[in-house]
Design a binder for this molecule. Structure first.
Ligand code: NAG
Ligand code: NAG
Ligand code: NAG
Ligand code: NAG
Ligand code: NAG
Ligand code: NAG
Ligand code: NAG
Length: 422
């Protein structure tokens, strides 16, 4: 009897003070970390990838027709692949609308299948614009764009090129065409870094450019350009370090990233070597595949070498720096930190070669796909956030992007600034 009444009392007590539960009792992901993002520009017109900031604070972006068919110039539609950011939400074709308007359009429909127009004096489809250490702008043209139905056309000689522009008078001063043995028809010249030091081994003394080939058709590698002679060559074509990892799967905002091309089954993400960064002293080149989590580097002298054993030595000289997450563009500052997107964390991170570790620099729920970086001489790290993988080229194959795309900046740590390799 006694036991029973104690049980009854106990159960009455529990009922009397019913314990409600609430979400507010749980810890949640704070979603933010590091210095606050400063919003610099909103893109309401074409879909951008790259950003380049000059010493005077002028800003330039590129708008690849190879990733968005609505960016493609047809000769008269006013579309541009390079523009200067001329207001908080306005852009002006650069260096002119004319250079961005190939006569007859960016696609040559007289070939079967259609190909990228081989017009050396016009931009076809640019995947990058970069300011070199001498404060000159360089446009990297893939020579490839999408047809209206989303087919990526092959390049024609004259399309793939590196074009130097003098920012003082907005005039093209050099056009380097890539032969089809360096930029294959199914190459995709993605991003470029410059070292203008005159005494670089194996070169003519006017500096070099290093370029990633991110080809979704598997023609990945690193392209090296002698800016004095205009000669170019490739290294690391056969290395797994420049290729996408098989059956690679990443997520963004909870959505799995499978590749999609209209009329075809879903694939794994096919992008190879893409992001590229020089160490602050120019002696090492870092790169990463989009479809891969490992960061790699190689001494740049191994890339400049063109001797008979240069490719063998190059492949033996790659350093694996471990996993650093999902990344597109990369950039360096005078701290010698290698900044990169860390998309699965809605973050920008950096790898520190001095201690071999990678850490988050900033996190923010506004961050989705961090496409490209530029370190300014003003001590800021600029980066575009462009919803790339919410577009029609990834699962589920519908366009879920919402304008505007964004340009942010954050102050570099320890008063870091742009390295001067000149
Ligand atoms: C180019 O696009 C414009 C605007 O959509 C259109 O009016 C024009 O007919 C097109 N030209 C060609 C050659 O397709
Ligand atoms: C751009 O936006 C910023 C922040 O709202 C503002 O301070 C600045 O005056 C704007 N610049 C122009 C040219 O409108
Ligand atoms: C632009 O400036 C460069 C260097 O100052 C000069 O060599 C070139 O002739 C100029 N181009 C034009 C079109 O004025
Ligand atoms: C190469 O030139 C740079 C300046 O451009 C200098 O700092 C460096 O010491 C030189 N290196 C060699 C090996 O001469
Ligand atoms: C897309 O357009 C290209 C060029 O006009 C054509 O060759 C191809 O068959 C089309 N592909 C599909 C899936 O409709
Ligand atoms: C590596 O260096 C960075 C930059 O100085 C620092 O923030 C980080 O804590 C270091 N990592 C470790 C594990 O010590
Ligand atoms: C950055 O520079 C400012 C002004 O020169 C100085 O006061 C500050 O201590 C520096 N900060 C760091 C972390 O070096």
């Amino acid at each position: 009897m006694i036991g029973k009444s104690i049980l009854a009392l106990a159960s009455t007590g529990v009922l009397a003070s019913a314990q409600l539960i609430s979400d507010s009792e749980l810890i949640t992901d704070p979603g933010v970390y590091g210095p606050p993002l400063e919003l610099v520009h909103l893109y309401y017109d074409e879909f951008p990838t790259g950003i380049a900031v000059s010493a005077k604070g002028r800003m330039f972006s590129n708008y690849p027709g190879g990733l968005d068919a609505t960016n493609v110039n047809n000769g008269t539609n006013g579309k541009y692949t390079i523009a200067e950011l001329t207001g908080n939400r306005t852009e002006t074709p650069y260096p002119s609308l004319e250079v961005n308007s190939p006569p007859g359009g960016a696609i040559d429909y007289t070939t079967y299948p259609p190909t990228g127009a081989g017009l050396p004096d016009y931009f076809i489809g640019s995947q990058s614009v970069v300011i070199d250490p001498a404060d000159r702008a360089w446009v990297l043209d893939t020579g490839r764009v999408l047809t209206p139905n989303g087919t990526l056309v092959g390049a024609t000689y004259g399309g793939p090129k590196l074009v130097g522009i003098n920012l003082n008078n907005n005039t093209i001063f050099q056009t380097i065409l890539f032969p089809p043995t360096v930029a294959y028809a199914d190459s995709y010249l993605n991003d470029v870094r410059f070292d203008l030091r005159r005494n670089l081994s194996g070169t003519s003394g006017h500096g070099v450019a290093y370029i990633t080939d991110s080809s979704t058709e598997g023609r990945n590698g690193i392209v090296i350009v002698d800016l004095g002679t205009g000669e170019s060559w490739r290294h690391l074509d056969g290395s797994p370090t420049v290729h996408p990892v098989n059956e690679f799967l990443a997520y963004l905002w909870g959505v799995p990233l499978y590749g999609y091309q209209p009329g075809k089954p879903f694939t794994y993400i096919p992008f190879g070597s893409d992001g590229i960064a020089l160490s602050a002293d120019g002696e090492d080149l870092f790169w990463k595949s989009v479809a891969g989590r490992y960061l790699y580097s190689i001494p740049t002298k191994r890339l400049r070498d063109r001797s008979m054993t240069s490719e063998i030595l190059a492949q033996q000289s790659i350093t694996n720096h471990g996993q650093t997450g999902i990344t597109d563009g990369m950039e360096t500052d005078t701290n010698n930190f290698i900044y990169h997107g860390n998309m699965e964390q809605n973050a920008v991170s950096f790898y520190n070669p001095a201690n071999g570790t990678d850490q988050v620099f900033v996190r923010d729920p506004r961050i989705n796909w961090v496409d490209t970086f530029s370190t300014g001489t003003d001590g800021y790290l600029y980066f575009t956030v462009n919803q790339l993988v919410f577009g029609p080229l990834t699962y589920p194959g519908t366009d879920r992007r919402q304008k505007p795309w964004a340009l942010f900046r954050v102050p570099l740590p320890n008063n870091g600034t742009k390295p001067r390799l000149v």
